[in-house]
Design a protein. Structure first.
Length: 338
């Protein structure tokens, strides 16, 4: 009996050892979670990094910027992909967890307003019109295209956008409506921008917003809507999003930077340190491949320095809002003060 129990204990122990070993093998050394806008870039960087290191274990996922930052603060992931700056509430939560983080801008993006390719009337919108369409006050009130402009069809307008954890939603509502996540509740929303695009492709009366890269992959069934920021100081008339208008800042107020958030206490020479060094060294080349706009070379040098020197905190600290302030201005100012 004792021999049977001993043998059984050995077998159970062996099974547990095998299961543990398999778990260790499958557990990623670096985990990334967050923005669906930044997801394609992080995947592209990861794939190239793994070509040179076949045993590298990197996991990339997306649950929206808010979800990614929450998981990062809780210590569940190593890197948060973000399509907006970290919020004061998130910073307080990080402080409560004794998490010292580094903020790394890695690319530019433009939030595009798009309609179905069968829409022949909506070529441009002002910021005031966008606010009227998407504001919470318009829910159950503004229902027809003709309510936006009288000469547009008296037909139902269907709205598509990202979910509440999305940095794209946060940035759009903050810059257009003036309050984060203050948006009408009767839209069709999804954390996966691919599904938002698919819904818009199939609805001739729809309008939606998402990152530029998602439009570029669906140009056959979607049309861009130019945006007039109604600011004469930034030029007159509507502007369409594109590489040049995003980089030079004329596509306003929907041009935005994209970020990585990482822990400050990353050990030098480890896989996470090596991966991030590779990311920052190759992002300018890979960003255009996924429809994003690279930063100027001089800014990447400052971002690399920010990482190498482990400069912690957000560049937006003490600012009421990051809108209207360029990354160049923030980086050059902050780095000069260190």
């Amino acid at each position: 009996m004792r021999k049977a129990i001993t043998l059984l204990s050995v077998i159970i122990g062996f099974i547990c050892l095998v299961q543990t070993s398999c778990f260790l093998v499958s557990t990623p050394a670096v985990s990334i979670e967050g923005s669906s806008t930044l997801y394609p870039l992080s995947v592209a960087v990861t794939e190239e990094y793994q070509r040179g290191k076949e045993n590298a274990r990197i996991a990339v996922g997306f649950s929206g910027t808010g979800g990614g930052i929450r998981r990062f603060i809780e210590g569940e992931t190593d890197i948060a992909d973000a399509s907006r700056p970290i919020t004061p509430e998130e910073k307080r939560l990080a402080l409560d967890r004794n998490l010292d983080f580094i903020e790394l801008p890695v690319a530019y993006d433009g939030i595009v307003i798009a309609v179905n390719s069968d829409n022949t009337w909506c070529d441009s919108l002002t910021v005031s019109e966008l606010k009227r369409i998407w504001d919470t006050d318009s829910q159950n009130r503004l229902q027809l295209w003709s309510q936006v402009r009288p000469d547009w069809p008296e037909k139902r307008i269907f709205l598509f956008g990202p979910g509440t954890d999305s940095g794209t939603l946060h940035y759009f509502s903050s810059s257009i409506i003036g309050e984060a996540k203050s948006i009408r509740g009767d839209i069709s929303s999804n954390e996966d921008d691919n599904l938002t695009v698919l819904a818009l492709r199939n609805n001739p009366l729809g309008m939606g917003f998402f990152g530029l890269s998602y439009y570029e992959k669906n140009q056959d069934r979607l049309r861009l809507v130019a945006v007039d920021d109604e600011n004469p100081g930034n030029g007159k008339g509507p502007v369409k999003p594109g590489v040049s208008s995003i980089m030079d800042g004329t596509y306003q107020p929907l041009s935005r930077p994209l970020f990585l958030y990482v822990r400050r206490d990353i050990p030098e020479g480890g896989e996470l340190d090596d991966f991030l060094t590779f990311y920052l060294g190759n992002v300018s080349r890979l960003a255009p491949d996924v429809g994003l706009v690279p930063l100027p070379d001089r800014l990447y040098e400052l971002v690399k320095e920010r990482f190498e020197r482990r400069i912690s905190g957000s560049m937006y600290e003490g600012l009421e809002s990051g809108f209207g302030i360029s990354v160049a201005e923030l980086l050059e100012n902050k780095e000069g003060k260190q």
